[in-house]
Design a protein around this ligand. Structure first.
Ligand code: AMP
Ligand code: MG
Length: 345
């Protein structure tokens, strides 16, 4: 791949103006949103969009989310918005909700992986907002990580994955939500959640009534004909093997395996909410605490996986997360990161 010098810049108004210029000229800019860092390109420029796929090494069959500065830009990319979609946009934009809508012909096929629908959202982050307004074009922006790795929640994560491949990274500090947006098919009735995320099922139901959650088992590599083609099972994974413990006796099973791994001279890491981490403290084990509540855990999940990877662990033992709300998104990402699930009931 062609080497591109990467500038890592604080997200000042001057640097945001510079970044908007880079986008307008067909370049790639990583920027913070409230969910995770995105890797942006002009969504209407097929060559710029092709560079996103090259930089991320992302398969062409995985469509991108188009970011708008406001709902008034919708006609640029979407042909039609259903009444349910309209209600959701009014309730949650700007915010971590992505709507799948019928696409305008002018959106390049590369953006949507050839689908006749386009995924769209309006992010709620001052840097993303300022950048989108200054650029004046819809910006296609998947998460700014190499394909298959965990999404970046800091500018340093982006630097680690993409330096030398993109023109610019705007550093706006750690992202507040920490997991990706909720992807919703609003043309279905009831509304269908294709990917759980920052806007919870409960929040959606308060606006549009009962929703369904896409549960179709996704086999590795079997992405064809899926309602949301990017949802491969091995997405969002750390480098180390991750074993997920689920069920009433999950903590016991994890504790036993942790002791065995330490005794065998392995280098295990643990990922758990504060309450579980407390009960697990084992000498010699690297324990990353996700926090006391689901909001904290979502914000820290990917940073935790990257931190444990950086410590050179050979296996990550993770305790499943309970609860509604953001619990659904956390369980989804943990199962996709897992190479193995231990069910201990
Ligand atoms: P990312 O931007 O990396 O968080 O991932 C974008 C994800 O949104 C994709 O992997 C798909 O799962 C989903 N997506 C994007 N476009 C569509 C679409 N047209 N229909 C259904 N799902 C989509
Ligand atoms: Mg991604």
């Amino acid at each position: 791949m062609e080497h591109v010098p990467t500038q890592l810049l604080p997200a000042t108004p001057e640097h945001i103006a510079l970044a908007a210029e880079v986008l307008r000229r067909g370049g790639l800019v990583a920027f913070p949103t409230e969910t995770v860092y995105g890797l942006g390109a002009n969504a209407l420029d097929a060559d710029a969009v092709a560079r996103i796929f090259a930089a991320k090494e992302r398969p062409a069959a995985d469509p991108l989310i188009v970011h708008l500065s406001g709902a008034e830009q919708l006609p640029l990319v979407a042909r039609h918005v259903s009444p349910l979609g309209q209600a959701l946009a009014e309730a949650f934009w700007p915010g971590p909700l992505t709507l799948v809508l019928p696409k305008q012909p002018q959106v390049p096929a590369a953006v949507t992986a050839g689908l006749d629908t386009v995924a769209v959202r309006v992010p709620d982050h001052p840097v993303a907002q300022a950048l989108l307004r200054a650029a004046g074009v819809p910006v296609a922006a998947p998460s700014a990580n190499r394909f298959g790795r965990t999404s970046p929640t800091t500018a340093q994560h982006v630097w680690h994955d993409l330096r030398g491949r993109i023109e610019m990274i705007l550093d706006g500090g750690p992202t507040p939500v920490g997991v990706e947006s909720t992807v919703v098919d609003a043309s279905a009735s009831p509304v269908r959640i294709l990917r759980p995320g920052g806007v919870t099922a409960e929040m959606l139901e308060a606006v549009v009534g009962p929703v369904t959650v896409e549960q179709r088992a996704v086999e590795e590599g079997g992405a064809h004909g899926l309602p949301s083609p990017g949802l491969l099972r091995t997405h969002y994974a750390p480098r180390a093997e991750l074993v997920l413990y689920r069920g009433r006796r999950a903590l016991n099973a994890l504790r036993t395996d942790l002791a065995a791994a330490l005794a065998a001279g392995r280098r295990p890491g643990v990922l758990a909410m504060d309450a579980e981490a407390e009960a697990l403290a084992a000498p010699g084990a690297l324990v990353y605490r996700l926090g006391a509540d689901l909001e904290a855990a979502a914000q820290r999940l990917y940073a935790g996986m990257r931190w444990l990877d950086g410590q050179g662990v050979d296996v990550i033992l993770a305790c499943d997360v309970a609860g509604g709300g953001l619990g659904l998104a956390l369980r989804d990402r943990l199962s996709r990161a897992a190479s193995r699930v231990v069910i201990a009931d």
